[in-house]
Write a protein that binds this ligand. Structure first.
Ligand SMILES: [Zn+2]
Length: 162
C-alpha cells in the first residue's frame, strides 16, 4: 500500500466524469488499498478515485464508530433517496473550508465490490451525506458547487472531510 497525493480544487481531475470500472483485478485492488490508506492518513471519512487523480468510479468510506469498517463502492449508483437535511460538510480536496449542503437523510446505493460482485447498502445521516458527497466526485461535482452557504470558522462541528 502507498499513500497517494490528494488533488485540490483547481485540478482538472476533480471536474471530469469518471469512467466505469471494467476490470476487477490487482490494479483496482491496489488503488482501493491506497485510497483507504490515503483517507486514513488525511483523517477523512471518504475518498473518491478522482481525488487521487484516477478517473474511475470507485470510492472508499469509513465513518468510524462502533462497528467501524471500510466500505468500498465500485460503480456505485444511488437507487433511492429519502428526506432532506441541511448540515455541514468538508472535502479533502477543498482544504480549510466547510459549507452547508442539503442532502437526503437516507440513501440506498447499488454498487460492486472489489471483485465485481453486486452489493447494496443503505446509509442514514452522516453516512448518507458521505455517500452523496463521494458519488458527486465521480461526476466532477464538488460540495462548494451546491452548498447553501459557507460555514464560519467554529460555527459548526468539526466533522471529518470526505
Ligand atoms: Zn470531497
Amino acid at each position: 500500500m502507498a499513500l497517494r497525493q490528494i488533488v485540490k480544487i483547481g485540478d482538472p481531475a476533480l471536474r471530469k466524469h469518471a469512467r466505469p470500472v471494467e476490470k476487477f483485478g490487482q490494479r483496482l485492488h491496489t488503488l482501493l488499498d491506497d485510497m483507504a490508506q490515503t483517507m486514513y492518513d488525511a483523517n477523512g471519512c471518504g475518498l473518491a478515485a478522482p481525488q487521487v487523480g484516477i478517473l474511475q468510479r470507485a470510492v472508499v468510506i469509513d465513518m468510524g464508530g462502533e462497528d467501524d469498517h471500510l466500505v468500498e463502492l465500485v460503480n456505485p449508483q444511488i437507487v433511492s433517496a429519502e428526506g432532506e437535511e441541511e448540515s455541514t460538510e468538508g472535502c479533502l480536496s477543498v482544504p480549510d473550508r466547510r459549507g452547508y449542503v442539503v442532502r437526503p437523510v437516507r440513501v440506498t446505493v447499488r454498487a460492486q465490490n472489489r471483485c465485481g460482485m453486486p452489493i447494496e447498502l443503505t446509509g442514514e445521516g452522516m453516512f448518507a451525506r458521505c455517500i452523496c458527497h463521494e458519488l458527486d466526485h465521480l461526476d466532477g461535482r464538488l460540495y462548494v458547487d451546491i452548498m447553501t452557504r459557507e460555514a464560519e470558522k467554529g460555527e459548526e462541528d468539526a466533522g471529518e472531510d470526505a
